[in-house]
Design a protein around this ligand. Structure first.
Ligand SMILES: N[C@@H](CCC(=O)N[C@@H](CS)C(=O)NCC(=O)O)C(=O)O
Length: 135
């Protein structure tokens, strides 16, 4: 799984994400974003993070799920439970998961687990415009 971390010199928030990846011995590709040069305002970057802030972690989840049913092992684990709500709520953050076929198939698998309990939702939330996926 290729992990890309958009990071920048002098950013404590970017460093904390980078430190965590190192502590976990997770390999990643750092992508420098210069705040002094205003690169965090570039439209391509704002498509990744509408707040225009670093860090941004792009984790290639769709590729990771190709040929496997669950995130960590051959069975559903806490990893699947921990990640499911973020994907479920992605649209509320303007992220459309529909183009990510493996991720949406995995979400349906989570929802098909015995004793699955659907998340109670806030009624009548105003729709958020979806941002097209990067690439
Ligand atoms: N809640 C975010 C905050 C990220 C953040 O504030 N990033 C700063 C750099 S340390 C940034 O990108 N600032 C540019 C801006 O807000 O325009 C986190 O904890 O990582």
């Amino acid at each position: 799984m290729t992990i890309r971390l958009y990071t920048g010199l002098g950013s404590g928030n970017a460093y904390k994400a980078e430190l965590m990846l190192h502590l976990l011995d997770v390999s990643y590709e750092p992508v420098p974003v210069s705040i002094p040069k205003g690169e965090h305002r570039d439209p391509a970057f704002v498509r990744l993070n509408p707040f225009g802030q670093i860090p941004v972690l792009v984790d290639g989840m769709d590729a990771h799920l190709r040929g496997r049913a669950w995130l960590a092992t051959d069975e559903a684990t806490v990893a699947d439970v921990a990640c499911y709500p973020y994907l479920l709520l992605a649209a509320e953050g303007g992220i459309d998961t529909a183009p990510f076929a493996q991720v949406t198939a995995w979400m349906r698998r989570v929802e098909g687990l015995p004793r699955f309990w659907p998340m109670p939702r806030i009624p009548n939330l105003p729709p958020v415009p979806l941002v097209p996926p990067p690439g």
